[in-house]
Design a protein around this ligand. Structure first.
Ligand code: UD1
Length: 416
């Protein structure tokens, strides 16, 4: 298994280009099932999760080919409606094909995704939404089957703000008859990107980016070309890299407006931020100021930046509190950070961080994607060698992370 080795404690400098958003690319690729016409997606990140979604598209009979960061998709006719367990178990976002298949063919069968290391991850809200649109749901032998004679627009209220349920319901409602009103919807940038993509194909979706999304059903979609939005979590990770190493880094192609709370928090932590168009320059300081966070749905502080923030706060000049409100088990990075010399204690969904002056490199293990990012960041700051194993988690969501950090001057390499 590949590992990443970092010799820490040297300053970074220069520019890094932010890739397309993983969490936008996944539902957008799945949503192409809704049209029989050709689509071209550009700025697609080459990530393991994206490759799994492509495989899934091919498994149901679609056509998808990469050329650089462009993805050419043509789903003339889908020949089967089943997302098999061996793919779903490797990537939970596979469940997105359900809304798209149900939308176009009124039929879908998807393996039940299990829990995962960061939490239980139910999909009850997705299924309740499909039922409200007129689908019958059956769960048997580890598979969920959804079938409808026709789909009809409905009023749907989500009990909990869910990115996945919002995306899945948007897809199923796009070709339904009449109007769907989705309340307490997720307003994450990737939801906006999905809605904008579908609108480009002829869908009639309004309210994306707010808590109430309206979808007026249309009878069919056309094809089209669309550029995936840059990844605000990848951007946030590189901004924290400037903060944790006390370096000056410039991000190019950054989604500035999506980063508001992260930029505010970095400023509170003492980083100097300059914005010029889609370029952001961040200059970190030797010991960041303590800055508390509580994870919340967008526009709150993203849970997908919590682990990276924990690493930054580990080095702060005081004490800080991290509250994780979205995923009940998302503190797996904390014991690993403590092995590198951090002083963080966890009780329930709260971590209390007592900042330390320095970290020391150690062998550490990645438990999940963002935990992996926090260990890379800690390794960049730590004295000595950090050896990070199980980095396949990182490859799911960061495009060439070690190459990008190497280009910024980090002493980082991947070994087989
Ligand atoms: C997406 C992101 C993930 C991010 C998360 C929260 C993708 C591919 N993944 O995951 O990186 O951490 O949003 O921003 O975009 N819930 C229910 N019932 C449901 C669905 C969700 O109770 O049917 C709960 C979950 O347990 C969790 C909360 O809602 O506590 C948010 O989950 P959700 O937004 O659905 O996360 P994902 O879409 O799986």
């Amino acid at each position: 298994m590949d590992r990443i080795i970092i010799e820490g404690r040297n300053k970074l400098s220069g520019s890094v280009r932010i890739s397309g958003s993983k969490n936008a690319a996944l539902p957008i690729i799945a949503s192409t099932i809704l049209t029989a016409k050709a689509c071209v997606l550009t700025n697609v990140p080459m990530l393991n999760d994206v490759l799994v979604m492509n495989k899934l598209l091919k498994t149901v009979g679609g056509e998808a080919e990469f050329s650089g960061s462009s993805l050419f998709i043509h789903n003339k006719s889908i020949s089967n409606f089943k997302a098999p367990y061996d793919l779903v178990k490797t990537m939970r976002a596979s469940v997105y094909v359900m809304g798209a298949l149900l939308g176009r063919y009124r039929e879908a069968e998807v393996a039940l995704p299990g829990g995962c290391v960061i939490g239980e991850r139910p999909i009850n809200l997705h299924l309740q939404g499909f039922e409200k649109l007129g689908a019958k749901i059956n769960i048997e032998h580890g598979y969920i089957r959804a079938k409808a004679k026709k789909l009809k627009g409905a009023e749907i209220n989500l009990d909990v703000v869910s990115v996945g349920a919002t995306a899945n319901i948007i897809m199923a409602a796009t070709l339904a008859e009449g109007k769907t009103v989705l309340r307490n919807a997720a307003s994450e940038p990737h939801i906006v990107d999905l809605a904008n993509f579908l609108n480009k194909l002829g869908a009639r979706i309004t309210g994306q980016g707010t808590k109430v999304i309206e979808i007026r059903g249309v009878s069919e979609l056309k094809g089209g070309k669309y550029a995936i939005t840059p990844d605000y979590i990848e951007a946030g990770t590189f901004l924290v890299a400037a903060g944790i190493t006390g370096s000056k880094i410039t991000l190019e192609n950054s989604p500035v407006k999506d980063l508001e709370i992260i930029l505010n928090k970095l400023t509170e932590a003492g980083c100097k931020i300059k914005i010029s168009g889609s370029k952001i320059t961040a200059q970190g300081i030797e010991r960041p100021n303590p800055a508390n966070i509580e994870t919340q749905p967008y526009p709150g502080f993203p849970t997908d930046m919590q682990a990276q923030w924990s690493a930054l706060m580990a080095l702060s000049s005081g004490a800080s509190i991290i509250n994780e409100t979205i995923w009940e088990k998302r503190f797996m990075h904390i014991p690993e950070l403590n092995r590198m010399g951090a002083n963080i204690s966890v009780k329930g969904n709260t971590a209390v961080v007592e900042g330390v002056a320095g970290l020391s490199g150690a062998p550490v293990m990645v438990s999940d994607l963002r935990a992996g990012a926090s260990l890379v960041l800690a390794g960049l700051r730590a004295k000595g060698t950090t050896e990070i194993s199980r980095i396949y988690h990182l490859d799911r969501g960061y495009e060439q992370i070690e190459k990008k950090f190497e280009a910024l001057g980090a002493r980082i390499k991947r070994v087989k």
